[in-house]
Design a protein around this ligand. Structure first.
Ligand SMILES: [Zn+2]
Length: 344
């Protein structure tokens, strides 16, 4: 089968597109013929370093994906051959302390497609039946693929961790990125007020067109001051953040007393000042989050279908063009997901 895989680490020249052995599904696994995937920041990390992630080269890249069930072998999959599906990229052991209480995303031996085993930038993927879900009605394969990492991450942040309620104000940093746009869609569908930030006026205009209530240009405006002004001096109920050190002090200053901040990333650095005095006097709550459980993915898919949400696709590349797709993500110019269409 054709796949995009790593031959080493460091820059696009280590990403090869060519023939790899087709995966052989295990006893409880399903074989999926891939139609689309999207690129994520972790693909750049794997390409450039992969440090701390146990993997062997050559390694097929790609975490999220959508396709069609090709074979169910001996698995107990309720999904028939030919069913359009989306994939959850996390493989949990099923019996550790965290798996037993339904927190499979915290599994002590968690393994991810495209990180610890061959991923989705390939014509075929084998994975456990419990990681394969029906594609929500009305979505393209590329839009479905986009749900598997960014929307799932945003769901756990907004719904499970921050528990955003109707009428609450939510400040979302770095609009244009996949998680931030997913958070915007979820907050609006939940009846919240969404305030978005970017240093790119074009991205702010597009976010307003997608339903954001207010936009703050971080290149010209003090974000905390603007967030306070937009909430009558009160501060926002929730901050959704994945930019890291560059915005963390502003993020904390934007919160109402007792407010919640949830982070899933640290693109600009992971060691900001903690501002402990503000944290305890104003009784703020800080949540870390990454990806989401299989049960959360099922809830997300039902919510997406019910509210007719569709992930924003920035651009579409072929499997041969994975290096160009990675370069597009790395440029930071994208608005929404950079997708890979896999023609088979
Ligand atoms: Zn486990």
């Amino acid at each position: 089968m054709k796949a995009a895989y790593l031959t080493g680490h460091g820059g696009n020249e280590v990403v090869a597109v060519g023939e790899r052995p087709a995966p052989q599904p295990g006893a409880s696994e399903v074989l999926v013929r891939m139609k689309a995937a999207t690129v994520n920041r972790v693909d750049l990390y794997m390409r450039d370093s992969g440090a701390g992630i146990t993997h062997t080269l050559p390694q097929v890249l790609g975490l999220d994906g959508a396709g069609v069930v090709e074979a169910v072998a001996g698995s107990t999959s309720p999904l028939p051959v030919g069913q359009p599906v989306v994939l959850h990229p996390g493989l949990a052991c099923g019996h550790c302390e965290f798996c037993r209480r339904g927190e499979d995303v915290l599994c002590t031996t968690y393994r991810l497609l495209g990180e610890h085993r061959d991923g989705t930038f390939a014509e075929l993927v084998a994975l456990p039946a419990r990681n394969v879900f029906a594609l929500p009605a009305g979505l393209s394969f590329a839009q479905g693929a986009a749900l598997g990492v960014n929307h799932l991450t945003a769901w756990r942040m907004v719904v499970t961790k921050a528990r955003v309620q109707p009428g609450e104000s939510v400040l979302i940093f770095g609009i244009g990125g996949g998680v931030s746009l997913a958070a915007l869609q979820l907050v609006k569908a939940l009846g919240g007020t969404a305030i978005v930030t970017s240093r790119d006026t074009g991205k702010l205009q597009r976010a307003l067109a997608l339903g954001a209530d207010h936009a703050i240009d971080g290149s010209t405006t003090d974000i905390a001051r603007a967030a306070l002004a937009l909430t009558g001096g009160r501060g926002v109920d929730v901050v959704v953040e994945n930019v890291g050190a560059a915005v963390w002090p502003q993020a904390l200053k934007s919160l109402v007393r007792g407010g919640r901040i949830v982070t899933c990333g640290a693109t600009t650095g992971d060691q900001p000042g903690a501002d402990l005095r503000r944290l305890f006097i104003r009784q703020l709550q800080v949540f870390g989050s990454t990806l989401g459980t299989n049960a959360e993915f099922a809830d997300l898919l039902a919510f997406v279908e019910r509210h007719r949400l569709a992930p924003v696709i920035d651009s579409v590349y072929g499997l041969d063009e994975v290096p160009a797709a990675l370069a597009r993500l790395e440029s930071g110019r994208q608005f929404g997901k950079v997708a890979i269409e896999i023609a088979t």
